[in-house]
Design a protein around this ligand. Structure first.
Ligand SMILES: NC(=O)c1ccc[n+]([C@@H]2O[C@H](COP(=O)([O-])OP(=O)(O)OC[C@H]3O[C@@H](n4cnc5c(N)ncnc54)[C@H](O)[C@@H]3O)[C@@H](O)[C@H]2O)c1
Length: 343
């Protein structure tokens, strides 16, 4: 179903069998099991207002897109969390890899050990997002640290937190980040008020694990959503190589292919896994577990902020505790006037 987009007339003509709704209010009044807020952060307010209000009277589940807020608006993360805390809705953020059975298999393998040490995680997300022939590349994006590296940071945070006793326990061991970036050349520069980053290479230390990342949206970039984990389980070395790329998924655990978890559709899995978690947990218990809930999404936003600032200043950043990470302010909005403009 599609609603309230004034530019949707051509879609209406092309899709006569689709049931169209006339107003935004009608959409948020639907008796749906799950609402997916697949819009930019600055357009989500009315959706949250309507759905969080409904959640006082009936169960409401919301799948929300990342990033949690625009880079200019870090305070928004706190405001959203407070609004959600006052309501009764289940709210999850859309980091598809965290919902994928492929990650389920990785976690199952690692949980088979009594003692797990993850020495390194290599994370790569890459696609040619400058190709003018791909109409999807005209979708407006924010700087890559918030737009895409956030998926990689979420992956590392999730896996490492599972074996550190939670996100707080992990980040209370300290967190360092150092990155470099390059400017993105969109096919539609006229839609951007300032130039955004489209390439980011970084190294982080999360607790005692080295995380090396590369997110690349530049011309000719290969298509990949690759993860490599190295460590030891009960003293024995392991290597896990995964690629979450839709249609080309791969998972090798110590060289052995896990072909039975590769044939799934990532987008369907997000919905299915949402359903599973909602059956297993309640609106009260889910925020206490290791899920992509608002508190988790907020930490990923903060790590993106640190990464962006580190790239911007070409400086390493260190924070000793989770509280230090959460109080970090990248001062993105203040930097906007001095960011380069597209010609
Ligand atoms: N989780 C993921 O893997 C993933 C993938 C793609 C996009 N995203 C995120 O999804 C968000 C949207 O990105 P996109 O590329 O799909 O953008 P888009 O421009 O393609 O889609 C935005 C949607 O918002 C709707 N919209 C526009 N103005 C609106 C308004 N005033 N009120 C309500 N709705 C409005 C449009 O009709 C459209 O359906 C971004 O935050 C992006 O980072 C996440």
């Amino acid at each position: 179903m599609h609603a309230f987009d004034p530019s949707a007339d051509h879609l209406k003509a092309a899709l006569p069998d689709v049931h169209w709704l006339a107003t935004e209010a009608e959409f948020y009044a639907l008796g749906a099991d799950l609402f997916h807020l697949a819009m930019h952060p600055e357009h989500r307010d009315r959706a949250f207002d309507a759905l969080l209000d409904r959640s006082h009277r009936e169960p409401i589940t919301i799948l929300c897109e990342k990033p949690m807020a625009a880079p200019e608006d870090p305070e928004k993360c706190w405001a959203i969390r407070q609004a959600i805390d006052r309501a009764r809705a289940v709210v999850l953020y859309d980091f598809p890899e965290l919902y994928d059975p492929l990650l389920g298999r990785i976690m199952q393998f690692l949980r088979g050990f009594k003692d797990v040490r993850i020495d390194s995680i290599d994370v790569q997300r890459s696609k040619d997002r400058e190709d003018p022939a791909n109409p999807r590349n005209r979708k407006r994006m924010v700087s890559i640290q918030f737009q895409e590296s956030v998926h990689c940071l979420a992956f590392a945070l999730h896996v490492l937190s599972a074996f550190a006793g939670g996100v707080e326990a992990l980040l209370n061991q300290g967190c360092s980040l150092e990155g470099t970036s390059r400017i993105y050349r969109p096919p539609n520069p006229e839609d951007y008020p300032y130039a955004v980053d489209g390439y980011c290479e970084y190294q982080a230390l999360l607790g005692t694990t080295v995380v090396k990342g590369c997110t690349n949206f530049l011309r000719g970039a290969p298509w990949a959503k690759r993860r490599v984990l190295r460590g030891t389980g009960d003293g024995q070395a392991f290597t896990i190589v995964a690629d979450f790329l839709e249609g080309a998924k791969q998972l090798l655990i110590n060289g052995e292919s896990q072909s039975d978890v590769l044939g799934t559709d990532s987008y369907e899995e997000v919905i299915k896994t949402c359903g599973t978690w909602c059956r297993q947990e309640t609106a009260e218990s889910l925020p206490r577990g290791l899920y992509p809930h608002p508190r988790f999404a907020h930490v990923t936003y903060q790590l993106s902020s640190m990464l962006w600032r580190s790239c911007h200043d070409q400086q390493s950043l260190h924070r000793a505790t989770l509280a230090d990470v959460m109080s970090f302010d990248a001062m993105f909005a203040a930097a906007v006037p001095s960011l380069p403009r597209y010609a």
